[in-house]
Write a protein of this length. Structure first.
Length: 196
């Protein structure tokens, strides 16, 4: 008797050969062990998931040129912010070195930032070529002494030490010094004007 590859019923083969057959999902008996297709099914499943993800990602990027433009714009914004932060940091350090009081340094940087640019050599300078260090220790210091530490004096006393009359009256200066707990200025004003 010849062994058949497939049979509908095991009775079609001798009992000694029936152990060689396995039943398929459709009910037909096949000669030999069924092939292990779990690896193929797993690979197929992974491939289908990867395809779904790719299709989803492609739908996200409707226009790749627009996406690229947006990314370039974001990079330029970050570069600009980094440069601006570096300029402000330099201005802050140079202002402090020139004697600007810590409590005024952020205001001084905000007030003067527009005066500085980055020149062709990559240096921070005013239009007339002054570095921040020269700017803050030069005419700006003479014009705005209230922002600077005086020689042993602070607040409006630094202004008064230059021999100039402060635009605020003594009463206003005393009140301001009292609010700021500026004892040196209060004592200076008290000695200057006994009625306070």
């Amino acid at each position: 008797m010849e062994l058949l590859d497939e049979v509908n019923d095991l009775s079609e083969v001798g009992s000694e050969w029936q152990g060689l057959y396995t039943q398929a999902d459709n009910g037909i008996w096949r000669l030999g062990k069924p092939e292990d297709t779990s690896g193929l099914k797993s690979a197929l499943s992974k491939e289908r998931e990867a395809r779904k993800k790719l299709e989803k990602d492609m739908r996200k990027v409707d226009n790749p040129d627009e996406e690229l433009k947006a990314l370039r714009s974001e990079v330029e914004t970050l570069k600009t912010e980094k440069i601006e932060n570096g300029v402000k940091k330099t201005l802050r350090m140079d202002a402090l070195k020139a004697g600007v009081k810590e409590e005024h340094v952020n205001d001084v940087v905000s007030l003067t930032r527009g005066l500085f640019n980055i020149n062709d050599d990559g240096e921070i300078a005013t239009e007339d070529g002054k570095s921040p260090a020269k700017f803050f220790s030069g005419q700006y210091k003479k014009d705005r002494p209230v922002f600077y530490k005086g020689p042993g004096k602070s607040g409006s006393a630094a202004f008064a030490s230059l021999g100039k009359r402060h635009p605020k009256g003594d009463d206003e200066l005393f009140e301001e010094a009292r609010k700021n707990n500026d004892l040196e200025t209060m004592v200076m004003l008290k000695n200057k004007n006994r009625r306070l």
